[in-house]
Design a protein around this ligand. Structure first.
Ligand SMILES: [Zn+2]
Ligand SMILES: [Zn+2]
Ligand SMILES: [Zn+2]
Length: 292
């Protein structure tokens, strides 16, 4: 498969979905055959991976839908909502895994290390194949998917080591220990996504933007006295918007103001603002001028 995709290309998502589904079936079979809780954890994680990939596939289609008069921002936020719901489910899943792992410390169960080893090796191979196919992609969502798969591969690798430990020493507590490790990996990733999506829903200033810098940038344009009532947010990750008031010098004509507006537009686009609403006023506007 070629490594250069257009931004609109959904084929990596489709391939990831198919392989993740296959890995899930293999992990469930391996978990039943081996009795390994770590593999059950891995399989449970694959279910949520499948949901996540399915959701981003869905979101990718939603994002192409045009905005309407009743949904003027379009469907971009459906991606954010889906990611948030998915991550909350992931966190709940890890709680269940932790409880089961603690039980296993007190009531150890027999584990077949060979079934465990074969399954984990296949899972590791699948993860590495997926990671290779997505490597070096420009799209931010595909890049975060890549990071996720790399951490999945680390989890599978840990299960490989665990199976070898059980096969050579018979020390079964390594299985619930690995379960806790995988649960920690899952919840760390889930927490990142929860904080990111909640920030978008709170209309937080996008992480890579500094409002003070944006205000200073506009303030440098000739004819602009000051800027106030600034709001910066993202409709979805990477799709930034800004609204503000710009106070013009008293001698600026309506015609000149349009030149200034074009300069503001260009300067903000260079900073990564895709959608902006600029209210141009004179000092006579006579209203409160909060910074934000
Ligand atoms: Zn995963
Ligand atoms: Zn305001
Ligand atoms: Zn104003």
């Amino acid at each position: 498969m070629a490594h250069h995709h257009a931004h609109e290309d959904a084929s990596p998502i489709g391939r990831t979905f198919a392989i993740t589904a296959l890995l899930l079936i293999i992990k469930v079979a391996g978990a039943i055959l081996s009795g390994s809780l770590a593999l059950w954890a891995d399989a449970g994680h694959s279910v949520t991976d499948l949901a996540a990939v399915g959701l981003s596939w869905y979101a990718w289609h939603q994002a192409k839908k045009p905005a309407t008069s009743t949904l003027t921002f379009g469907y971009f936020r459906s991606e954010i909502l889906a990611a948030l719901v998915n991550s909350v489910i992931l966190l709940i899943l890890t709680l269940g895994l932790l409880l089961e792992a603690i039980m296993r410390f007190f009531h150890p169960t027999a584990v077949n290390p060979f079934a465990m080893l074969i399954t984990a090796v296949i899972a590791l191979g699948g993860d590495l194949y997926l990671a290779h196919g997505l490597k070096g992609h420009a799209n931010v969502n595909i890049r975060s998917t890549w990071l996720h798969i790399v951490s999945d591969a680390a989890g599978s690798f840990a299960v490989v080591i665990g199976a070898i430990v059980i096969a050579t020493t018979g020390w079964t507590p390594v299985d619930p220990m690995l379960t806790i490790l995988i649960a920690a990996l899952i919840s760390w990733g889930a927490w990142q996504i929860i904080t990111e999506t909640v920030a978008v829903l709170m209309e937080a200033t996008p992480k890579n933007l500094d409002v003070h810098h944006l205000v200073a940038t506009m303030g440098q344009i000739e004819g602009i006295i000051r800027v106030h009532d600034v709001h910066v947010w993202s409709v979805t990750t990477g799709k930034n918007a800004l609204a503000c008031h710009v106070v013009l010098a008293p001698n600026i004509s309506m015609k000149d103001s349009q030149t200034i507006l074009r300069q503001v537009d260009l300067a903000l686009r260079l900073e990564g603002i895709e959608h902006m609403t600029i209210q141009m006023e004179t000092s006579d506007a006579d209203h409160d001028e909060p910074s934000w």
